[in-house]
Design a protein around this ligand. Structure first.
Ligand code: AP5
Length: 196
């Protein structure tokens, strides 16, 4: 089962990914988490990516494509995987189709998590407060200015993937405005038949 999560920053991709991992026993491949690990480890990719990420822009398609292409070769991806935050551009979507086609695979479902902008901003503010309350460091791109930039990048570069996957008949829009449990239930209704 190969599933993609599409959605603007704060839509709940990471939150729902935890549910999917638990329910369907497939790994979450979050390019944001992988890039943040590279930044923390100061690898050559991390050093290149840091400034771009901190500004709310997208890391190059080549870098992210290579990371994903390597990751899906790992044994835990053999039964499928959830892509959280990839693809994010049409070039990445085409890269993914090519990588999968070489393995005789294709994407099963693309879930678009729909949340309005006011709710996204509320969630960002909550996440910042909760992170601070735990005594952890707030993400360098989690501030209102960079968040606005990330929303703009989503509309310009990632939203065109919606008609791309619609044409392939794979797009499933999910109302992401309900409680975490409501959204999980809506995902189960889509993914249970696919996983069966
Ligand atoms: P990435 O890490 O992917 O961040 P993002 O897409 O901006 O998404 P977030 O992690 O902010 O939000 P989310 O949708 O996961 O929401 P969450 O579950 O946390 O990317 C970061 C950066 O990395 C990019 O800007 C780019 O630079 C780079 N990058 C990554 N992938 C790339 C790619 N493919 N190409 C190029 N560059 C790439 O939820 C948010 C908050 O809301 C949480 O506090 C949560 O508790 C709360 N919440 C969740 N669901 C609900 C609900 N139903 N009700 C109320 N609150 C909720």
């Amino acid at each position: 089962m190969i599933v993609i999560f599409l959605g603007p920053p704060g839509a709940g991709k990471g939150t729902q990914a935890a549910h999917i991992v638990e329910r369907y026993k497939i790994p979450q491949l979050s390019t944001g988490d992988m890039l943040r690990a590279a930044v923390a480890a100061k690898t050559p990719v991390g050093v290149k990516a840091k400034e771009v990420m901190d500004a709310g822009n997208l890391v190059s398609d080549e870098i992210v494509g290579a990371i994903v292409s390597d990751r899906i070769e790992e044994p835990d991806c053999a039964r499928g995987f959830l892509l959280d935050g990839f693809p994010r551009t049409l070039v990445q979507a085409e890269m993914l189709d090519e990588i999968l086609a070489k393995k005789g695979l294709s994407v099963n479902a693309v879930i678009e998590l729909k949340v309005d902008e006011a709710a996204l901003l509320d969630r960002l503010r909550n996440r910042i407060e909760e992170t601070k309350a735990r005594g952890e460091e707030v993400r360098a791109d989690d501030n209102e200015e960079t968040f606005a930039k990330r929303l703009g990048v989503y509309s310009e570069q990632t939203a065109p993937l919606i008609p791309y996957y619609e044409k392939q008949g794979k797009l499933r829009a999910v109302d992401g405005m309900g409680t975490v449990e409501d959204v999980s239930a809506a995902l189960d209704a889509i993914l249970d038949p696919i996983s069966a």
